[in-house]
Ligand binder design. Structure first.
Ligand SMILES: Nc1ncnc2c1ncn2[C@@H]1O[C@H](COP(=O)(O)OP(=O)(O)OP(=O)(O)O)[C@@H](O)[C@H]1O
Ligand SMILES: [Mg+2]
Length: 464
């Protein structure tokens, strides 16, 4: 029994005593007033009965009050345990207007406010988790001791093993640069930057490690593989262009200087030198034209005027318009058949595509004596093919020939005036039409260049 309950019971007994004293006083007065012997006896009995009745009423009342208070206190204790266990929905029944009821109401209010605060915190936490998971960057937080506190979904993809909060960072992230940045950020208390190239094979990440007030660190990893590749490609491109321009330019400069230094050059020599100069000037002109064409098709503003054209007419047009370039070459340019299906294409752009492919076959596969152009219809597209029977292309070069400036045999290609941009231009044009382009070849048996164009009216579905 608690001291508070005990004091209540004590109060009850004091009340009883007061009551009994009052009764005794009343009896005594009557005794004085009547001062008679039998009256004394009767009053003594009355006093005895009154005392007994008072006790009979008070005792169960006190027991009932004590039991009620004990029960309510028990409820408060079990409520406190529920709250401590995380059940913030628990509530007390607060009846009456005594101190216990006031306390029960206050506890209920506290529990309600706690519940609201927890719900708010949880919703903010969820928002944060969603935000972090939707980020393209990988994020991971570590404690002062180097243990993982939490990480986002992207980080999980880059980790060597499953990231488990509470385990050392080094278990899942083994890139030395990342670990060094985390250590440095923690030790120096400042943001550290770095570059991780061994986190995921073939990918490069920018590291940003910031110290946390708790002594840990927050690491953000940004995948810069694409940016690096674009930067490398830009550098390569500039180097290639400079190189391609310098070769003919050096040659022109050399011949011009020789001519200028000779006070009396022989007319044949002059002619010969001027011929070389012209050849190199043409070459430079071609290169700049190809560069402009490439810049145009690679530009996001590149527009094609597509219209519905019959595939067989496209093949026929290509053969007729390019017939001129094979006239003196002992090479046959022929059709291998094409359907009358309508495809969506820009006729001028298609001339450029067929022109480049047929010109290549003529340049590199003259020995095959034949160039065949044809088309085949598939489900929702038409596949066009330019085929020759020349030396073909070795498999290790096949997937690279569509790259800018890529040539299988640089010296041979340069002799024939090639800059290695033709197939890159063709690839962009085909892709701008929503098509694909690829090459197949067996060394010594010729090469086939295939590209697809979407049908003007796609078929309804399989079986139609
Ligand atoms: N039909 C073919 N047979 C054999 N090799 C080919 C054929 N077509 C292309 N190639 C190879 O692919 C390379 C790339 O061709 P691409 O058309 O891009 O450049 P190019 O012909 O050298 O120069 P450009 O077309 O800019 O004048 C060529 O240098 C050549 O080595
Ligand atoms: Mg070419």
């Amino acid at each position: 029994m608690t001291p508070r309950v005990f004091s209540k019971l004590l109060g009850l007994f004091v009340l009883l005593l007061v009551f009994e004293t009052a009764v005794m006083e009343f009896v005594f007065r009557r005794f004085v007033e009547q001062s008679a012997g039998e009256t004394l006896h009767r009053l003594g009995l009355e006093a005895l009965w009154s005392g007994l009745i008072a006790l009979a009423v008070a005792l169960p009342l006190a027991a009932w009050v004590a039991a009620r208070i004990t029960d309510r206190l028990g409820k408060v204790v079990s409520f406190a345990r529920k709250i401590a266990g995380g059940d913030l929905e628990a509530r007390l029944d607060a009846y009456g207007d005594d101190e216990l009821a006031t306390m029960e109401a206050a506890l209920n209010q506290t529990a309600q406010r706690l519940g609201q605060d927890f719900a708010e915190i949880e919703s903010r936490r969820q928002e944060l988790v969603t935000m972090l998971d939707s980020m393209q960057e990988a994020v991971i937080a570590v404690t002062r001791e180097g243990l993982v506190r939490w990480s986002n979904a992207v980080m999980q993809q880059f980790a060597a093993t499953q990231i488990v909060p509470g385990r050392p960072l080094v278990h899942s992230v083994r890139d030395p640069e990342v670990l060094a940045c985390v250590r440095a950020a923690q030790e120096r208390g400042e943001v550290r930057f770095g570059r991780a190239s061994s986190l995921v094979h073939g990918r490069v990440f920018e590291i940003n490690a910031a110290p946390l007030p708790s002594g840990g660190a927050l690491v953000v990893l940004h995948d810069v593989t694409g940016i690096e590749a674009a930067e490398r490609s830009r550098r390569d491109f500039i180097a290639n262009v400079s190189h391609e321009l310098r070769t003919p330019l050096t040659s022109i400069q050399g011949y011009v200087e020789t001519l200028l230094e000779d006070p009396d050059p022989r007319p044949e020599t002059t002619r010969e030198f001027l011929g070389v100069i012209q050849k190199n000037a043409v070459r430079m002109n071609r290169l700049t034209e190809d560069l402009l064409a490439l810049a145009s098709v690679e530009s996001p503003d590149y527009k094609i005027a597509r219209q519905a054209i019959r595939a067989d007419e496209m093949v026929q047009d290509a053969i007729e318009s390019l017939g001129g370039i094979v006239v003196d070459s002992e090479v046959e340019l022929e059709s291998s058949g094409a359907p009358d299906a309508l495809v969506m294409a820009d006729p001028d752009a298609m001339n450029q595509v067929f022109g480049n492919l047929i010109e290549n076959s003529l340049k590199y596969a003259k020995s095959g004596k034949r160039i065949r152009v044809g088309a085949r219809q598939h489900q929702n597209e038409v596949e066009f093919t330019v085929e020759d029977f020349g030396p073909g292309i070795a498999s290790e070069h096949l997937y690279r020939i569509f790259e800018r400036f890529y040539r299988v045999d640089k010296a041979r290609s340069r002799d024939s005036g090639g800059t290695g941009l033709g197939l890159a231009i063709v690839k962009h044009i085909v892709q701008a039409h929503g098509g694909r382009i690829w090459a197949e070849s067996e060394l010594g048996s010729g090469a086939q260049f295939h590209f697809t164009l979407p049908l003007a009216k796609p078929m309804a579905g399989p079986g139609h």
